[in-house]
Design a protein around this ligand. Structure first.
Ligand code: HAM
Length: 420
């Protein structure tokens, strides 16, 4: 039997309610914060990610679904959303629009990763990207949005880990510090880290291999090498979060797995969602628009892994549950009653009543069994007698001692019962 490809999964009707619920809460909140939805293509020219995400990142080096299309162009299924949104920002000349520009998205993404708990090859993100403000206010704005979102979902223990990785100038100084500290041990690092040593030593601090992690744990961190401007920015972000009562913890180990970040970086982690444990990651990326061919434009954003967020909600016992009940089930006996029920259902649905009738031509007993499983509030049985008398009994399914005789030709007269 064919199965879905490794690392992909079906989101079945039984679980979709929780997905739709968190998407709605996220979209409503984004609108409240002035973020508008953007939808970008599922695939881009590969160079967007090579130049954007960075050719020393694991994503570009190992995880992209890249292929040549029939026209011989190198195409990549999006492994993340930021680079595509930036490409769209540049392509549509959005730098001429009044700043700030604030976007949100809900995307499916593709990374060829080792499949594990909370780690898939197709996964989903809820994210935001804001362009045109270099002010710490914008960093605070998106972190506040993230915090409000988690609060709206009822998440407990929301503590963001915050760091700054400075600008290009601080990075250059720090790269030299790292290279001279690592000089003597570089050959004992993994082969990827040896390459990182030459191209982008900061990436070594993000290596998942234990031996590399151990060797680098006591090295100086970039936070100690921030220049005055980056330091002031970082302090202003912290102060703003303090003012809003948003809890965070400074974690100098956060460097993020993508190359475009500058200054602020942050993550939200939890042990409940797998080995890497990151539910959300984000930060500022003031050079990415320029690197992808646009004007220098400050920007900041984040993305939440939707599967991991759902895992966390489940672990905290607050996974949104579908509480929708069917207002009315109409059981029928005979063709005439069925035709009558079809019209009645059509009419009631137009008035926003959630109702169903027998679509499988089952026996009355089977229909009643089905009605019990449906979790419906009221049930009505219509047969020949009921049609002759124009009367039927509306049964309250939660309290079967309660029933009401209703006029079949005048559903408006019992409409109030159904909506109460
Ligand atoms: P990221 O840290 O690569 O950042 O991904 C963000 C989140 O996506 C992760 O924290 C995790 O929850 C989820 N995620 C990543 N890979 C997988 C996977 N294989 N399976 C399941 N979930 C996964 C970015 O993608 C940046 N674009 C975030 C950003 C937006 N930075 C600025 N703006």
């Amino acid at each position: 039997m064919e199965q879905s490809p490794r690392g992909t999964r079906d989101i079945l009707p039984g679980e979709i309610y929780a997905w739709q619920y968190i998407e709605k809460v996220f979209a409503d909140l984004c609108h409240k914060y002035g973020f508008a939805e953007i939808r970008i293509p599922t695939f881009e020219h590969t160079s967007i990610y090579e130049r954007g995400v960075g050719d020393t990142s694991d994503i570009v080096k190992k995880e992209m679904y890249t292929f040549n299309d029939k026209g011989g162009r190198s195409i990549t299924l999006r492994p993340e959303g930021t680079a595509g949104v930036v490409r769209s920002f540049i392509e549509h000349g959005m730098s001429s629009l009044p700043y700030p520009l604030k976007f949100y998205y809900m995307l499916n993404l593709f990374r060829y990763e080792r499949v594990a708990k909370g780690r898939y090859r197709e996964f989903h993100q809820l994210g935001v990207e804001a362009f045109g403000s270099a002010s710490p206010n914008m960093d605070i704005e998106i972190i506040a949005l993230l915090y409000d979102f988690f609060q709206a979902l009822g998440l407990k223990n929301i503590k963001l880990k915050l760091n700054s990785i400075g600008n290009a100038a601080c990075r250059k100084i720090y790269d030299d510090v790292l290279r001279s500290s690592l000089q003597n041990m570089v050959t004992s690092l993994c082969s990827d880290c040896q390459e990182r040593f030459a191209k982008n030593p900061l990436r070594i601090l993000d290596c998942k291999i234990q031996n590399c992690q151990k060797q680098t744990e006591n090295l100086p961190r970039l936070l100690e090498y921030l220049d005055d401007e980056c330091k002031a920015h970082h302090e202003a972000v912290c102060k703003g979060l303090d003012d809003l009562g948003i809890e965070y913890e400074i974690d100098p180990d956060i460097v993020r797995g993508l190359d475009y970040y500058t200054k602020t970086v942050f993550e939200f982690t939890s042990e409940n969602v797998g080995t890497q444990g990151t539910i959300c990651g984000g930060g500022r990326y003031d050079s990415l628009v320029h690197d992808l061919g646009g004007e220098m434009t400050p920007a900041v954003g984040f993305a939440i892994g939707q599967e991991r967020l759902l895992m966390e909600l489940e672990a905290q016992g607050i996974l949104p549950q579908n509480s929708v009940t069917i207002d009315l089930y109409i059981a029928t006996m005979g063709n005439e009653a069925s035709a009558f029920a079809r019209k009645l259902v059509h009419n009631l649905r137009q008035k926003n009543i959630y109702c169903e009738y027998d679509l499988c031509e089952r026996s009355l007993k089977a229909q009643m069994k089905y009605a019990d499983k449906l979790n419906c509030r009221y049930c009505i049985v219509i047969g020949e007698q009921e049609l002759i008398q124009n009367k039927a009994v509306l049964k309250d399914m939660s309290d079967k001692t309660k029933s009401f005789t209703v006029d079949l030709r005048d559903s408006d007269s019992w409409f109030d019962l159904l909506v109460s």
